[in-house]
Design a protein around this ligand. Structure first.
Ligand code: M6R
Length: 614
């Protein structure tokens, strides 16, 4: 989604840091970009549709190197269009006050139409179709000499969500930032201060950061950061250290972030697991949940919420909780859950899954669950994210930054974290010590099992060559492998633009089988766990309709391998681990197909990394 960068320094030019900050945010998805720079003569704005490279080219043309030093303060933005087409006029920054104030915004101003007509009545002329332009004019209207006070006054009138950064020629050297429902982080360097909507645009400068909270408004100058609440009272926020460095967000020799992140999974999952298993007691130690055995014993039902890949991980979680903890569980798409007036209360445990921790629908579902008195916890990757904070308790994935829009390591880390949670819950119920100890040993093996799957990358690439031209594909799985089928279909849709459907293996013959033919490959998930024989029957049904079948089969399972046209073999695992190793193989299949089709793998068309609008 949209990205914000701000920079202020006593001596360094803001131009380079702003552009490289925008580049770091490119992975989030956007369709235009812009920069506003302040110097003694006022504010200069440069905007461009398309990629940051095109904005950079514009800056190179219009702003000679020798002039750049005079701009030591600036703000920048990548826009993913919501209100109005992706045009240069609609791109941020938006200006007000005759060009002396510039503002960038992430989020949505829900009452923008009412605010806009109020301002128009007072003679304000709008040039764009955006909700953001309203904010720029509103702040300018309230500016009576204190830019922070003016911002507070303006924001008090705003309904919706925002992360904003603004500068004004009337207040040289100052940058104001604020957040409500849209993240903003301040990086406090030794000489410079960098602001961004995502910490990945900051770590090149500093790992010392302040995570703003909702309702915070900050005045930033090269001398420091001054944070207030909307009612103008000072608040204090601690400076925290980011626990990863720039290497984590660079490609490190891989052609794409997606491939890098697929290959990072053994290490990522080691971090997810580290220190969280108790082999002696056969249980998991998840202190972030902050739940006593009696709290766990009181839970009557689990509701797992998420969107996209996180939803699929949650669907695996449903099977894990029901089989290991003997507790009814459901996985719900967060927006559907939120708007169906869900029946949840104090006996229910709602687990919100989100890699980014910023997905608007999941956040809204968390709020709804909190309002209804459910026990709520978050399972997020991004530390300090809104969902992690609002859930109040949870389990961090510690999978490291995920830059590729297509989520990979977050899925396997989420399933692993859910597995540990189910183990912990199971051990407070009927899961025996012996079963718990066995499961702990299996969880400890997950990173090595994934390494085994990664060794198959070249074999999978060869299979991908045979099917890369297919326009339609089916993914079928049964039981705990059904969500993996959905995830496999989602991955290939997103990155390879292949129309793909994930189905319960048994459901295919109830309609979709009409679409099968020799041009429609079926990927069958055939790990050697309960239900495999039935899925093999479904494979026969597909082949009888001439559909070629790619089987994801267990090593040594000759019968399954013989039943399919092409087999990808995986190490033998128990059922709870099967979706994890299967997902890794399907990630590689999607990646190789996308590469062969020449797709823009890390930033697929129309997609954004974190969906912060409902
Ligand atoms: O950050 P989240 O996990 O909440 O994101 C949820 C979905 O938007 C995300 O998983 C999306 O489906 C990915 N593009 C999947 O690869």
């Amino acid at each position: 989604m949209c990205g914000i960068v701000g920079f202020t320094s006593r001596s360094a030019s803001a131009v380079g840091p702003l552009v490289s900050g925008l580049r770091r945010l490119e992975y989030r998805g956007y369709d235009s970009a812009g920069v506003a720079l302040e110097c003694d003569e006022g504010i200069k704005v440069f905007k461009q549709t398309g990629k940051v490279a095109e904005l950079d080219a514009l800056l190179k043309k219009e702003l000679p190197e020798e002039e750049r030093g005079k701009f030591t303060v600036g703000i920048a933005h990548t826009r993913w269009a919501t209100h109005g087409l992706p045009t240069t006029v609609n791109a941020h920054p938006h200006i007000a006050d005759g060009g002396s104030l510039a503002l960038v915004h992430n989020g949505i101003v829900e009452n923008y139409a009412a605010l806009r007509s109020g301002l128009e009545k007072h003679g304000v002329k709008f040039v764009s179709q955006t909700d953001t332009e309203v904010l720029a004019h509103l702040v300018a209207t309230f500016d009576k000499g204190d830019l922070l006070a003016a911002t507070c006054e303006a924001l008090k009138r705003v309904e919706g969500t925002y992360g904003i950064a603004l500068i004004s020629a009337k207040h040289p050297g100052e940058m104001i930032v604020a957040r409500k429902g849209s993240p903003l982080v301040i990086g406090v360097g030794e000489k410079d201060i960098v602001v961004a909507s995502d910490v990945s645009a900051i770590v090149a400068y500093t790992r010392q950061v302040i995570y703003l909270k909702d309702g915070d408004v900050a005045r930033i100058t090269p001398d420091g950061v001054d944070i207030h609440s909307l009612d103008f009272s000072p608040v204090s926020r601690e400076v925290q250290e980011v626990d990863w460095d720039i290497g984590a967000i660079e490609k490190g020799g891989y052609e794409h972030f997606m491939l890098k992140e697929i290959f990072e999974q053994p290490d990522a999952l080691r971090n997810t697991i580290r220190g969280r298993l108790d082999a002696g007691e056969g249980t998991a130690i998840l202190s972030g949940l902050n739940l006593r055995p009696r709290d766990l014993a009181a839970v009557r039902r689990l509701v797992i919420i998420g969107c996209g890949t996180s939803l699929h991980a949650g669907m695996v979680g449903k099977y894990l909780f029901e089989t290991l903890a003997d507790i009814p569980a459901s996985a719900e798409q967060a927006a559907e859950f939120r708007y169906c007036n869900p029946i949840v209360g104090p006996d229910d445990w709602v687990i919100a899954l989100s890699q980014s921790g910023e997905t608007a629908d999941t956040l809204a579902a968390v709020r709804e669950s909190n309002r209804k008195g459910a026990l709520v916890s978050g399972l997020c990757n991004v530390v300090g994210s809104t969902i992690a904070r609002e859930a109040g308790r949870g389990v961090y994935l510690h999978a490291g930054p995920e830059i590729s829009v297509a989520s990979t390591k977050a899925f396997t880390a989420q399933v692993t974290a859910l597995l540990m949670t189910a183990l912990k819950l199971g051990r407070t119920r009927r899961l025996s010590l012996e079963e718990g100890v066995k499961l702990v040993a299996e969880i400890e093996r997950i990173p090595d099992l994934i390494s085994e799957v990664l060794k198959k990358s070249d074999d999978i690439a060869k299979i991908a060559e045979k099917y890369a031209k297919a326009d339609d594909m089916f993914f079928i799985g049964r039981g705990i492998l059904y969500p993996a089928a959905l995830e496999g279909a989602l991955k290939i849709k997103e990155v390879a633009y292949v129309h793909a459907e994930g189905y319960q293996a048994a459901e295919l013959k109830h309609g979709p089988i009409a679409l099968l033919g020799e041009e429609t490959p079926v990927v069958a998930l055939l790990s050697d766990i309960a239900g495999k024989e039935k899925t093999l029957g479904n494979v026969q049904e597909c082949r009888a309709r001439r559909a070629p079948v790619i089987g994801i089969v267990t090593e040594g399972d000759a019968a399954a391998a013989a039943a399919v046209n092409d087999a990808i073999t995986l190490p033998r695992t128990s059922a709870p681990i099967a979706p994890i190793v299967t997902a890794v193989a399907l990630q590689l299949l999607a990646y190789h197909v996308a590469r062969l089709r020449g797709c823009e793998i890390d930033q697929p068309r129309n997609l954004a990394k974190s969906v912060t609008v409902e």
